[in-house]
Ligand binder design. Structure first.
Ligand SMILES: *Cc1c(COP(=O)(O)O)cnc(C)c1O
Length: 430
């Protein structure tokens, strides 16, 4: 590994306050005594964005990256007219991540998971020869498969078998990308467990999820895009969450913007929503419980099977840990909501009608939460609202591009998911 790199940031452990170097791209501080995030601290406290042609890397000053990868797009922020008028809001801004060439956003995999993939993969030193392992409910897998295929980065994505229909690509993928499906009725948490087993084998490296600072700062570019377009920090931030990583990232980005002094000192309220009936974050926050309230595993499986926005099904969100979602909600005076399928899909229809683009099922949950908050009167009509439209334009991708399903390289059922069997299988594949 190249120890001579001069990086433009350091990492701070949010428990001990220690400063770490990022040369080995750690996911946590080995000296921490409790679960706690690392957070990036950039040498420059001043915000500046590059030209749109730089894609996501227009925000690279505040991204922990050491190189630029090909093919990225940055989230775009514009002031809403149609939805804003419908809701009676004067300053509604939509930050869109997805496929909408007309507006200058070309995320071919359709969601803001591309923001994290281009960030995470650009944090990894280019001379690293270990295989990156990523667990996904679908959208993350699509994004990482695209980025790694285009940039020849070895990757294993692990996805529940039932979510395979969401794993498509534009054109063929390089064979540096392998897809492992967690078999039969496995859900996202089973895929995470299997990915953990694979990542612990020699030659494999866990991507790290929310613990990876590049993942969070990549998603935080949504808020940077908004601040750049609006010139102020929004009063309210709306996002649908499963893990809440994007919302934590948004909060961290807003703290950085406050520190810059360029956008005022407003605390942006983090307003997260989940897809009912699976709403562990919402239920815990309603009790103001720092611990995630326990739930019955079988019941959770049934609930997850029932929700449309499968990407919002995460049974172990980074909620309680130091620097996690609970703290983001406390610090920002945030709120949570829980939206059923029907309410979400009519919000999605309204979005299509008023804004002219399809919102992904998860993004439609956030639109519905915004509608409810407006009706409840918890938003003033002149306040600045940022709607993080985390995915959209997928219908357009299908119309315009050569979309094909990615077949799994191997399906691993639960009876062969022990460490020994997984080791044997991976040796066969690599
Ligand atoms: C992953 C995802 C979310 C949820 O993001 P988290 O912040 O990680 O919970 C929301 N919308 C879309 C489209 C996603 O792909």
């Amino acid at each position: 590994m190249n120890t001579a790199v001069d990086l433009h940031y350091k990492l701070r452990c949010l428990e001990t306050g220690e400063i770490l170097s990022d040369v080995d791209a750690p996911l946590s501080n080995p000296n921490a005594t409790q679960p706690a995030f690392l957070r990036t601290e950039y040498d420059t406290k001043q915000f500046a964005a590059g030209p749109l042609e730089d894609g996501i890397y227009r925000f690279e000053r505040w991204m922990p990256v050491r190189r630029r990868l090909e093919g990225s797009s940055a989230p775009i922020t514009y002031q809403s007219e149609g939805l804003a008028r419908h809701l009676g809001l004067n300053r509604l801004f939509i930050t869109f991540s997805g496929y909408w060439p007309e507006r200058g956003c070309r995320m071919l995999t359709g969601t803001f998971k591309e923001c994290e993939a281009y960030s995470v993969c650009a944090r990894t030193p280019s001379d690293s020869d270990s295989v990156l392992v990523v667990a996904s409910a679908g959208n993350t897998a699509r994004a990482f498969a695209r980025v790694c295929s285009d940039n020849e980065i070895p990757l294993v994505v692990v996805i529940p078998e039932g979510n395979l229909p969401s794993l498509w690509s534009i054109g063929p993928l390089s064979d540096c990308v392998r897809v492992i499906a967690a078999g039969r009725d496995s859900d996202y948490s089973d895929a995470i467990a299997l990915a953990g087993t694979i990542a612990s084998l020699p030659g494999f490296n866990p991507e790290g999820g929310a613990k990876n600072v590049a993942r969070r700062d990549g998603m935080g570019t949504t808020v940077l895009s908004a601040a750049d377009a609006i010139g102020e920090i929004p009063h309210h931030y709306f996002q649908a969450v499963g893990s809440g990583t994007g919302a934590i990232a948004a909060w961290e980005a807003s703290l950085r913007l406050v520190e810059s002094g360029q956008f005022g000192s407003r605390k942006m309220k983090i307003r997260v929503s989940q897809n009912a009936p699976f709403s562990p974050i919402h239920k815990s926050w309603q009790q103001r419980s720092r611990a995630l309230l326990p739930f019955d595993e079988q019941e959770a499986r049934r609930q997850i099977a029932a929700i449309n926005a499968k990407v919002l099904a995460n049974r172990k969100p980074p909620y309680s840990l130091i620097g996690g979602l609970y703290e983001a909600l406390v610090d920002s005076d945030g709120t949570t909501g829980s939206i059923d399928n029907e309410t979400a899909s009519s919000a999605g229809e309204l979005f299509l009608k008023t804004e002219g683009i399809d919102a992904s099922p998860a993004a439609a949950v956030a639109v519905a939460d915004l509608i409810q908050a407006t009706k409840n009167g918890t938003i003033e009509r002149d306040e600045i609202v940022m709607l993080n439209l985390t995915g959209g334009g997928v219908d357009l991708v299908a119309e315009n591009e050569d979309v094909r399903l990615i077949p799994p390289t191997r399906i691993i059922n639960s009876e062969e998911s022990d460490a020994e069997s997984v080791d044997r299988i991976m040796k066969e594949l690599f």
